[in-house]
Design a protein around this ligand. Structure first.
Ligand SMILES: *Cc1c(COP(=O)(O)O)cnc(C)c1O
Length: 404
């Protein structure tokens, strides 16, 4: 069918990411020319002959083998391969949530007696898993200052198996020096995991900087419409078998309808990310000049401590950043966020809508202290008209006055 030839544009590395997101993982010729991969709702896969069944069973942890619903169907494999391509990885595994993606490499590679280094800015539920479950299995965690860079060398022990990074952290936005951390980790035989949810594959590719495994909360920007939950783990070929087996034996299975929504969201990811970037940075700059705002934690601002690293390693920023208000009166901060009309109050982010959340970095840290006075409000700048968002923020900030 001619569709096949026309869809398989050779990519010699020259295609831009905006083009890649529209083409990765597609195969219209295999589906009567329909543009998007159909949803497979399958548990049982039936075979003609016992021999076929046994061959599929033997190959069931190989990408693309359809053997049983839990291990994936063509739609799920197509989506995962698209993310692998965008991240510059060899393989990717779709899992049921972002948190499932964060945990998969930890469970797959750590065993009793191992030590793991985790950024103090890590997505908080990962911390809960480490203390409430993995510690009980004899896996020891040390949290490190996210700005440690090459200094991580001094924390690496003979039994350190993994270094877990998240850059920037999704509350305080400290940028990590992934190349320096990866070089130190690799010298001592440790693997590096990077949570790349914030930047998405459009603006940052940690594998190219030395990370071994990238995890994504697809729930956020990949889905992009706040209506599905999904995770993706991307890796080099040598780690895919172990990760794939662990995902299966843990019982992880990415729901195909949610995979469909993520695959659909992916086609507009680049254009959405650019809008989040532009509006977010413009609003961050506007907020930085306001008397009610003490500090803006956005790595795209020149006075952010991670700005130089961000410029070196990222090609853009998402719509998520925090502000530190002048006030340390919680009631005033509540009045501010509740006065916002265009910012929803709620968890998660990455959808089209702007969000605001009062957060408390004091509670989320153990290796480093959070000494900032003033209440932290995390903002997600969505796809609305940025002038409307500024007017909304201006009116709500007006309630704060300039006192504390
Ligand atoms: C939201 C989030 C996760 C978890 O994703 P879920 O799909 O909600 O489980 C992991 N890492 C980061 C950085 C996140 O923001």
């Amino acid at each position: 069918m001619s569709v096949e030839g026309r869809d398989s544009v050779p990519d010699d590395g020259g295609l831009g990411v905006d083009t890649k997101v529209t083409r990765a993982g597609r195969n219209p010729a295999a589906q009567s020319g329909a543009v998007n991969a159909p949803v497979y709702r399958a548990s049982t896969i039936i075979f003609d002959r016992v021999d076929d069944l046994e061959r599929a069973k033997a190959a069931r942890f190989t990408d693309g083998t359809v053997f049983y619903g839990r291990m994936g169907t063509p739609d799920v494999f197509a989506f995962a391969s698209a993310i692998a391509e965008l991240e510059g990885g060899d393989a990717a595994i779709a899992v049921p949530s972002g948190l499932a993606a964060c945990m998969l490499p930890l469970v797959a590679f750590l065993k009793t007696g191992d030590h793991v280094l985790v950024t103090d800015s890590v997505y908080e539920p990962v911390r809960t898993n480490l203390s409430d479950y993995l510690a009980g299995l004899g896996i020891e965690t040390t949290y490190y200052d996210p700005t440690i860079g090459a200094g991580i060398e001094t924390l690496i022990r003979d039994n350190t198996r993994l270094v877990y990074t998240e850059s920037p952290g999704s509350l305080t936005f400290d940028v990590q020096d992934i190349p320096a951390i990866a070089a130190a980790a690799h010298r001592r035989g440790a693997l590096v995991v990077a949570d790349n949810t914030w930047a998405s594959p459009v603006f940052h590719n940690p594998l190219a900087l030395g990370a071994d495994i990238v995890v994504h909360a697809g729930t956020k920007y990949l889905v992009g419409h706040s209506d599905a939950m999904l995770g993706v783990v991307v890796c080099r070929a040598e780690h895919s078998d172990r990760l794939r087996r662990a995902a299966n034996w843990l019982g992880y299975r990415a729901p195909p309808d949610d995979v469909y929504l993520a695959a659909r969201g992916l086609r507009t990811l680049a254009v959405r990310m650019r809008r989040h970037y532009e509006s977010g940075l413009a609003i961050a700059r506007w907020l930085a000049a306001r008397p009610e705002v003490r500090r803006v934690l956005h790595p795209g601002l020149a006075d952010h401590p991670g700005h130089a690293l961000w410029q070196r390693d990222f090609s853009g920023a998402s719509g998520l950043f925090s502000i530190v208000l002048e006030t340390h009166t919680k009631e005033k901060a509540i009045a501010f966020v509740e006065a916002l009309r265009l910012f929803g109050l709620g968890f998660s982010w990455g959808g089209y809508e702007s969000l605001a959340l009062i957060s408390d970095p004091h509670h989320a840290r153990t290796a480093t202290a959070w000494n900032e006075e003033g209440i932290v409000v995390r903002l997600h700048v969505g796809l609305e008209d940025p002038d409307d968002l500024v007017r909304d923020l201006e009116a709500a900030l007006g309630l704060l006055g300039d006192g504390r």
